[in-house]
Design a protein around this ligand. Structure first.
Ligand SMILES: CC(C)(COP(=O)(O)OP(=O)(O)OC[C@H]1O[C@@H](n2cnc3c(N)ncnc32)[C@H](O)[C@@H]1OP(=O)(O)O)[C@@H](O)C(=O)NCCC(=O)NCCS
Length: 143
């Protein structure tokens, strides 16, 4: 298994994995242009796991100078429960730490019990003290 930084050349394989993975919600911002912009703004923070040329895991991360934000964590069905996601997240957090970011957040759908088990297992704390507010500034519905 090869673990490495994600590049825009990984886009087609990554979007296929995300489309095949329940629990990953895709938006217009996940277009190739959107992901290219994200990777440019957050160099080296997003990671992939590749086995024999086949993409089997992804995690994306960015930061705002204070906090890290993790998204699109996905591992192919056949590769689950082997520590792939744990390794991807560990590498991602180390890259964030090197960028000066020690606290990070991840948003998961309230219905994603699997995601909740995973983040709990890594010691992430579920927040009950915050609500998420979002606003679309002149865009469409699926942004
Ligand atoms: C969540 C997900 C990324 C985990 O990937 P993974 O590579 O199987 O995870 P790991 O092997 O590193 O698991 C680490 C720990 O998480 C917990 N965990 C993982 N899958 C679990 C499951 N199906 N049920 C219960 N606990 C689970 C376990 O504690 C596990 O440790 P263990 O195997 O020693 O018991 C993968 O199941 C997935 O892609 N799910 C769909 C997408 C998603 O929900 N992403 C998270 C939202 S961002």
């Amino acid at each position: 298994m090869q673990y490495r930084s994600m590049t825009i050349e990984d886009y087609d394989a990554a979007i296929q994995l995300w489309q095949d993975t329940a629990g990953v919600r895709l938006r217009d911002a996940d277009s190739k242009e959107g992901i290219a912009r994200y990777l440019d703004r957050n160099p080296g923070l997003s990671r992939v796991a590749v086995d024999g040329g086949h993409m089997v895991g992804t995690v994306m991360a960015g930061h705002d100078g204070k906090r890290g934000y993790i998204q699109h964590l996905a591992v192919a069905d056949d590769y689950r429960r082997r520590g792939v996601a744990s390794r991807l997240v560990a590498d991602c957090l180390e890259a964030l730490r090197q960028a000066g970011i020690i606290k990070s957040h991840v948003m998961i759908l309230r219905t994603n019990a699997l995601g909740e088990s995973f983040w709990n297992s890594l010691g992430w704390q579920r927040r009950s003290d915050v609500e998420l507010f979002s606003f679309i500034n002149g865009g469409g519905e699926n942004v």
